[in-house]
Design a protein. Structure first.
Length: 310
């Protein structure tokens, strides 16, 4: 029984060291044994055994330089992740109803695979739902807009932006949808209008509130997928919507610009976020997700040169 407990302790420290070394580089100096034993609240012998295991598995190779300390001379990040028990990165992003989202999903999965790490994506409506899944540790990362990320960060949520894919990587443009025969296509007389709003989508809610600020409208709670049919059937009069991949003619709809440069830029930028305390996920995303490759895959999907694969 005691031997099992000891072995379990060695295993725990080995996985913690593997996670720690993942963020380090060749020629980095590691902490002394005493400091590592204090950090992991264990004995010097346990730390030494864990270091030996990592070297035997060729996850890292260490070299003692006497009084100068011990340095990393070789590092195998995939092996470190295997030992740390991290085999698949699990992310969550919006439902892939647009080519932009399909391209983004394809790029994320493909670049992780090229790095030698498996990736799995879940798709979920509403940034509030994606944030909840992240905080419940069901996902390692989430894809949201820069506008939404800043909204959460400003309110003290424990997330951080790992990567920003730039303008128009998330959506091409948010607009105000109206029916094609609506007289307010050219005016601002919206008093009494029924406006669809999806409170689970920070982008849609924020842009809607900003556009109709000071106007006497009635907000109708909806989920995002209900907006177009409700608008077409006359159950609502207007709603903010992503212009990507929508059949305006077939739905007898028109649109007008939101005319807000302050908001209507950052809402087009796709970002990847993770929890602040999830250092291993942050390091994996920083080191193994290639921004330019993701954008290239997205472009090829948008251009019809590549079938979406995620």
């Amino acid at each position: 029984m005691l031997e099992n407990k000891l072995m379990q302790r060695v295993g725990i420290v080995t996985t913690k060291l593997a996670s720690k070394f993942f963020s380090m580089e060749v020629d980095d100096r590691i902490e002394i044994i005493d400091d590592l034993s204090k950090e992991f609240a264990t004995s010097r012998g346990t730390v030494q055994t864990a270091l030996s295991i990592l070297q035997e598995e060729k996850a890292v190779q260490l070299l003692s330089r006497g009084q100068l300390g011990t340095y990393i001379v070789e590092i195998d990040r995939l092996k470190l992740l295997e030992i740390a028990g991290f085999k698949t990165m699990v992310g969550v992003m919006p439902l892939p109803y647009s080519k932009k989202y399909e391209g983004l999903a394809t790029g994320i999965c493909a670049t992780f695979e090229k790095s030698g790490l498996n990736a799995a994506l879940a798709f979920m409506r509403g940034s509030n739902n994606r944030l909840k899944g992240l905080q419940e540790n069901r996902y390692d990362f989430a894809v949201i807009s820069q506008l939404t990320a800043q909204y959460y960060i400003d309110r003290g949520e424990n997330i951080q932006v790992v990567e920003n894919f730039g303008k128009f990587s998330y959506v091409g443009r948010h607009v105000l949808l109206l029916r094609e025969d609506d007289p307010c296509r050219e005016s601002d007389e919206f008093d009494g209008y029924k406006v669809g709003i999806d409170s689970s989508s920070i982008d849609q809610k924020t842009l809607t509130a900003d556009f109709f600020e000071g106007k006497k409208v009635d907000y109708i709670p909806l989920i995002y997928s209900q907006i177009v049919p409700f608008l077409r059937l006359g159950k609502i009069d207007a709603a903010v919507w992503n212009l990507d991949d929508i059949d305006l003619v077939g739905n007898h709809l028109s649109y007008r610009s939101l005319d807000n440069r302050r908001l209507n830029i950052v809402d087009t930028e796709a970002v990847i976020v993770c929890l602040k305390e999830n250092e291993i996920a942050y390091q994996i995303l920083k080191r193994m997700l290639n921004r330019q490759e993701v954008l290239q895959y997205q472009k090829e999907v948008l251009d019809g040169k590549l079938m979406p694969r995620y």
